[in-house]
Design a protein around this ligand. Structure first.
Ligand code: NAD
Ligand code: DAU
Length: 344
């Protein structure tokens, strides 16, 4: 019997990449369950519409009855929870949807896992739960949780619930904490797709603060392969950090993308900083390397070119996103940022 995965948030950036890679490389059945918020886009999985191993349900992870109804129909074996509100800036503007989906949604899924016959529950968390690093050191799985934004606080809260359900009810749960992803299908409110699309269209690029904040980048396919490895060989109750040893200052990424696209650095506009902007992230992923034998495969220089080419070649996807109503919110935020230029 094929293992049946219940993937929540599968119409988003990482979830859709995960579903595609899982179906290409493994023999699974996949049930994708997604609310289709502004960040969810079924276009991301258009090529799988007629795939017999794949089925989509529209639904909200905070709705236990709906989750249970799908479970009664599908009797899946594994839950992988990607569904979340994910953008830090939005969480600063309005934290309610973040606490609702990220905390209560995780609780509802854990309650489902108590009743259903689940062999594995994977909570897709983030390195942001650890807070910010000084110039040296890396986050390990033992680093304290010190979230600084409503988004990261909601993800840390969910992690604590997962831990508690593992301890109390023996839910076979695992938590993954990955660094910043980039690659195809990422909604262009996040740094890399935003810079690519603005550069292509010769539009200004807002860089927060001094641009020297550091993020640790991983190509989305490498993250997805790490999750597959954890699905097969991970140990219940464990936390696995996932990263590719690729620290970069934001400003260097912006300049690199402009260079690859043959655009001038004058498009860069330093704007007012994000409140409580984490200075540096860096992930120590020796545990997953040594215990599960997972290593990243994509060098940043290759991954970023593949990503840029993907956005160049998928103009229909881009135009569809840019003209959708939900993009209006982003445009307003973006204009406010550009109204707060620091260095002109
Ligand atoms: P995304 O914003 O692109 O996608 C989120 C998806 O969740 C969307 O399809 C959305 O419709 C769905 N969703 C939101 N609320 C829902 C609800 N209540 N019920 C059902 N579906 C709902 O996010 P992403 O970047 O793909 O991130 C996926 C997961 O990975 C998140 O849990 C995020 O915290 C985590 N993560 C992201 C990164 C990153 O760099 N993007 C890094 C580490 C971890
Ligand atoms: O570390 C993992 C996290 O990475 C995930 O958990 C989050 O879901 C994901 O959104 C991402 O969070 P960040 O805040 O790091 O990503 P974002 O793309 O929003 O910002 C990356 C960096 O670039 C950050 O230092 C802020 C800066 N930035 C961002 C935007 C959108 C800018 O300077 N200008 C911008 O316009």
């Amino acid at each position: 019997m094929k293992l049946k995965l219940f993937v929540t948030g599968g119409a988003g950036f990482i979830g859709s990449n995960f579903i595609r890679i899982a179906l290409e490389t493994q023999d699974y059945n996949i049930v994708n369950y997604d609310k289709l918020t502004y960040a969810g886009n079924l276009e991301n999985l258009k090529d799988l519409e007629n795939n017999e191993s794949y089925i989509f349900y529209k639904g909200d992870i905070t709705d236990f009855d709906s989750l249970n109804e799908v479970y009664q129909k599908e009797k899946f074996d594994v839950i992988i929870n990607f569904a979340a509100e994910t953008h830090v800036d939005r969480s600063i503007n309005n934290s309610y949807p973040f606490i609702h989906t990220n905390v209560l949604g995780t609780q509802a899924l854990l309650e489902l896992a108590r009743e259903a016959k689940i062999t594995r529950f994977i909570q897709i968390s983030t390195d942001e739960v650890y807070g910010s690093l000084p110039e040296t050191g890396k986050f390990t799985e033992e680093s304290p949780l010190k979230p600084n934004s409503p988004y990261s606080a909601s993800k840390a809260s969910a992690d604590l619930l997962v831990r508690a359900y593992y301890k109390t009810y023996k839910i076979p749960a695992i938590i993954t904490r990955c660094s910043n992803n980039y690659g195809p299908y990422q909604f262009p409110e996040k740094l890399i797709p935003l810079v690519i699309l603005n550069a292509i269209r010769n539009k200004d690029i807002p860089v927060y603060g001094d641009g020297k904040n550091i993020r640790d980048w991983i190509y989305v396919e490498d993250h997805c392969k790490a999750i597959l490895k954890i699905l097969e060989n991970g140990v219940d109750g464990e936390i696995y950090n996932i990263g590719a040893n690729c620290e970069k200052q934001n400003i260097d990424i912006v300049r690199l993308i402009l260079k690859i696209l043959g655009r001038d650095n004058s498009l860069i506009k330093f704007v007012k900083d994000r409140p409580a902007h984490d200075r540096r992230y860096a992930i120590d992923s020796r545990k997953i390397n040594e215990q599960l034998g997972w290593y990243p495969e994509t060098l940043f220089e290759d991954g970023i070119k593949r990503t840029i080419n993907w956005y160049r070649e998928n103009q229909n996807w881009v135009n569809n996103i840019l003209t959708r109503e939900y993009f209006e919110y982003y445009k307003k935020q973006y204009e406010t940022r550009l109204g707060e230029i620091l260095n002109e």
